[in-house]
Design a protein around this ligand. Structure first.
Ligand SMILES: Cc1cc2nc3c(=O)[nH]c(=O)nc-3n(C[C@H](O)[C@H](O)[C@H](O)COP(=O)(O)O)c2cc1C
Length: 313
């Protein structure tokens, strides 16, 4: 539907049109003048600047918490995880008392950082801009953190999850030993690691995703080989008895020369010798990846080692 004459703009329809922009979901928090925590659900979050580090979020002038936000020392933006829909709903209801039974802690500005979120940004006020029926709160980031959980999405008035089927969530969070790996590509080449004892090649993997500071974790192992990655999507999740395997589609952020001297190396798609990989599940995954990359259309495998379903991403 088109609607382009300002005089004729129907506000409900405009809201619906804006809602076609798929976003994440945040809960924006602050402390009011009495020191009580307050917050609201917002999807108007946008990164603004790296230097200085700025972000923005819009608050409706009509919001119960508007004065608390404009008069505070700062605010925090909490980016919700896929399993935090209830939290989003609670903070989207007008009024106080949204923090009952909610775990949170403060960092620098005192604004509540909510437990279990995918990322958070603690901000000092940088500027406030009046814009129609909203106020744009521009914050200067003074502290932040993030992790590799799946984020909650929102589009056309409904929550969406980025490729996480319920079956996959169950598999990822069920008990049993876990192997976490990643497909990481650079210019048509895939990162593989050679096991010097068996001589076999495999995808970089570990027992946990971890972070760059934990050497045995996947991210730690990659970091010590000079490779920095983001792991935004799960590409395959399967089990074999009580062992669970989760493989991410990694995005290469940076790479230094160390990779040349480590047991990891990038291999041209066409030069991969499947016998050197050996593991039939990994071969099937890589063959699917190479096929899907050519088509530019990825899917997600979920099931057990030998049999499963492929869902569109
Ligand atoms: C997904 C979602 C996104 C929202 N985004 C915003 C937003 O960006 N800005 C805003 O002012 N309200 C937004 N809202 C509505 C507020 O969360 C809602 O009006 C809330 O009641 C405000 O809290 P308060 O009145 O207690 O301050 C959003 C609601 C939902 C469910």
């Amino acid at each position: 539907m088109t609607n382009n004459k300002e005089a004729e703009i129907d506000s409900r329809d405009l809201r619906r049109a804006f809602g076609h922009f798929a976003t994440g979901v945040t809960v924006v928090t602050t402390l009011d003048t009495s020191g009580a925590p307050c917050g609201f659900t917002a999807n108007s979050f946008t990164s603004v600047s790296i230097d200085p580090p700025l972000l923005l979020v819009n608050i409706a002038r009509s919001a119960y918490g508007c004065d608390a936000f404009t008069g505070s020392h700062g605010f925090a933006v909490n980016i919700l995880a896929a399993n935090q829909r209830d939290l989003s709903n609670r903070f989207a209801r007008a009024g106080a008392d949204k923090f009952a039974d909610q775990d949170w802690h403060a960092e620098i500005t005192g604004s509540p950082i909510i437990e279990g979120v995918v990322a958070w940004f603690d901000c000092e006020h940088f500027e406030q801009v009046e814009a129609g029926d909203h106020i744009i709160l521009i914050g200067r980031v003074v502290q932040y953190a993030y992790n590799t959980q799946a984020p909650l999405g929102f589009c056309r008035g409904a929550y969406v999850s980025f490729g996480m089927t319920p079956g996959m969530l169950q598999l990822v969070s069920s008990p049993g030993s876990l192997r976490v790996g990643a497909i990481i590509e650079s210019n048509g080449q895939i990162l593989l690691e050679r096991n010097h004892e068996t001589g076999q090649l495999h995808l970089p993997a570990s027992d946990s995703v971890g972070n760059v500071a934990t050497p045995d974790s996947l991210l730690g192992k990659l970091a010590s080989a000079g490779i920095e990655v983001d792991l935004p999507f799960i590409y395959a999740a399967y089990h074999e008895d009580s062992r669970r395997f989760v493989y991410y589609l990694g995005e290469l952020l940076s790479i230094d020369d160390a990779v040349e001297t480590s047991s990891m190396r990038f291999y041209e798609f066409d030069n991969i010798t499947w016998e050197e990989i050996g593991d039939s599940a990994i071969i099937a995954m890589l063959e699917r990846y190479i096929r899907e990359k050519r088509l530019g259309n990825y899917s997600i495998y979920i099931g057990d080692r030998a049999q499963g379903e492929v869902h569109p991403a």
